[in-house]
Design a protein around this ligand. Structure first.
Ligand code: ATP
Ligand code: MG
Length: 567
């Protein structure tokens, strides 16, 4: 292709409202344009990259025998009501009504549709296993669309679903996907780590996220260099620094704490206690019932763990009136000593603690000399605390590292969550009806593009890995009006194309500086430059974007050299 005939609207200046590097470079390089909040148009260059990612994903999925579908983006509400997620998905789901007032939604994911097909069509264990996939548009009304295509409200996902007779089969399908994902990311030039993750709204037992370490991400991952443990911070287990309590056998004693409402205030208060010797009491409402969640004073609640502990996503902090009605006091003076009327979940780090201070359930009063195991009537032990920087690994005691990352892929063992609720069953070898054991697996295509840019760029622009670059080579003549340069450039362009390489000829009548800047910005891996100095020696310059190195190659060798480098 010829640059002069292409639509590549590069920008000289950084767009004002784009923060993430990948967002800025995709705008400046003419890859995307914004249409609305979290909605982007792919321009020709962007679409070329997207198609390359798409092709890699497809090839790798076909390698494990996955079969490609294309499902609708528009779904009747009934389907989502069957699985129970019509309610559960809340505001993230785009909902609409048709002319007959029937409710519909735009698909955020496709467990329901694929499970419905499996339910209606699969009858026997002989038809299993199946792996079904599609590459399709998803719609999610994200609370905070951010960083360009990294978090859009409309995006392309490869989603696949496995259907097995039993959990051993489902484990195999899961492992196959993990292997496919490793290959996809490696081929796209993206380094990822695999971390234990929480399953969130998908349900199911186990899930692994593929994370690209990057400051542009919105997830935190915890890793241990000692034993290789890696988990999303939402899920991570870590060892809190242990605390030695003084000997204290006294009974709980109420004392006045006028105007004291927070852990910090009580830590400063004469006769109070340092944060790690206080019990933090949080009142939450789960499925309309009040519960207490207890943590060490210097620890924070991890809401994902709270959701997992409480077994419902329908969880919110209690309102002051309802808390006062149940406990007789407002937040700031709450505690669980003597509380029998509510479930009390107690974080594991409070086991065995004594001489603790906590609220007395009377405004302006606290209790000291509290022995957790002695004074809490019926604690339900749970893992509630969020891991934090400075924690040690709970497996090998090494200090954990906490880093920001982009979630590029997520694979789930779904178990029978959907097959049971939607009735997808087959007959097993003994003729007994059993629910199909499922898995679901997602990868975001635009998010891969952006994550690759976050990992591969410099101050001049993008450095695409060859595998997904919009073009592999750009041929530039320093001066298109100079006949020899121009005709040599045409010749090399033709020869490279005949070899099947993806080449762009920059035939614009522009200053060389402008052409080099554009080529750097859009990130084409190799640049062949025809200029007077090298040509006088029968050479061209070959510039490699990834290393910024230039070598001279003779005119008759350039095609072979590029073929060698591009494999
Ligand atoms: P996140 O926690 O970032 O919202 P998620 O857990 O909702 O992601 P999944 O439902 O597992 O994501 O979707 C599978 C993949 O789809 C993700 O790993 C990611 O690559 C991509 N993806 C999810 N949401 C978006 C989005 N809003 N924009 C672009 N890609 C997305
Ligand atoms: Mg999400």
């Amino acid at each position: 292709m010829r640059w002069s005939g292409l639509f590549i609207p590069t920008l000289r200046e950084d767009p004002a409202d784009a923060e993430a590097i990948s967002h800025r470079l995709m705008l400046r390089g003419g890859f995307i344009r914004q249409l609305g909040a979290g909605i982007y148009s792919m321009l020709p260059l962007g679409f070329r990259v997207l198609r390359r990612v798409d092709a890699i994903v497809r090839e790798e999925m076909e390698r494990i025998g996955a079969q490609e579908f294309l499902l609708p983006a528009l779904h009747p509400a009934e389907l989502w009501k069957e699985s129970g997620r019509w309610e559960e998905m809340g505001e993230a789901m785009f909902r609409l009504r048709d002319r007959k007032q029937a409710e519909l939604c735009l698909g955020m994911t496709h467990e329901e549709v694929f499970t419905a097909i499996a339910r209606d069509e699969l009858r026997s264990y002989r038809q299993l296993p199946q792996i079904w996939y599609q590459i399709q548009t998803k719609f999610r009304d994200e609370a905070r669309p951010k960083s360009g295509v990294l978090r859009g409200r409309q995006f392309t996902m490869k989603d696949s679903y496995s259907f097995d007779l039993d959990s051993a089969g489902a484990d195999r399908s899961f492992d196959l996907h993990a292997e496919v994902y490793r290959r996809i990311f490696a081929r796209c030039g993206l380094d990822v780590i695999e971390v234990e993750a929480s399953s969130g709204a998908m349900g199911g037992s186990e899930s692994v996220e593929f994370m690209a370490i990057s400051d542009a991400g919105e997830d935190w991952v915890v890793t241990c260099s000692g034993c290789g443990y890696a988990a999303n911070l939402e899920k991570a287990i870590s060892a809190a620094a242990p605390i030695e309590d003084p000997e204290d056998t006294a009974s709980p004693e109420k004392f006045a704490t006028p105007g004291i409402h927070t852990i910090e205030e009580l830590a400063q208060f004469p006769g109070g206690a340092p944060a790690e010797r206080q019990i933090k009491t949080l009142a939450y409402v789960a499925e309309e019932a009040l519960v207490l969640l207890l943590l060490r004073g210097d620890h924070e609640l991890n809401e994902v763990k709270a959701i997992e502990t409480l077994g419902t996503t329908n969880v919110r902090p209690g309102r002051p009136e309802e808390i006062r009605e149940a406990l007789g006091a407002l937040p700031g003076s709450l505690g669980a000593v003597g509380v029998t009327q509510l479930p009390v979940y107690v974080d594991e780090t409070l086991r065995g603690r004594r001489g603790m201070t906590t609220g007395a359930n009377e405004d302006g009063f606290h209790l000291r000399h509290v022995d957790v195991e002695r004074d809490l009537p019926s604690p339900r032990w749970a893992d509630l605390r969020g891991a934090q920087a400075g924690d040690a690994c709970s497996k090998c005691s090494k200090l954990l590292e906490v880093q920001k990352s982009i979630e590029v892929g997520h694979i789930f063992k779904l178990g029978v969550r959907y097959s049971e609720s939607m009735g997808a069953r087959v007959l097993d070898a003994a003729g007994k009806e059993v629910p199909i054991v499922m898995g679901s697996y997602g990868i975001g295509l635009e998010r891969i593009m952006a994550a690759v840019i976050e990992a591969h760029h410099d101050k001049h622009g993008i450095r695409w890995p060859v595998s997904i670059a919009p073009f592999q080579v750009v041929v530039v003549s320093v001066n298109v009006k100079q006949a020899e340069q121009a005709s040599r450039a045409e010749q090399i362009y033709d020869d490279l194309r005949k070899e099947g390489l993806d080449v762009l000829l920059d035939d614009r009548d522009e200053r060389p500086g402008v052409k080099f800047k554009d080529a750097d910005l859009v990130g084409i891996p190799y640049r062949v430059v025809l200029g007077p100095r090298a040509l006088a020696k029968g050479n061209v310059e070959l510039f490699e974007r990834a290393t910024s190195q230039t070598v001279e190659v003779s005119l008759d060798q350039i095609v072979a050299e590029l073929k060698r480098r591009l494999g």
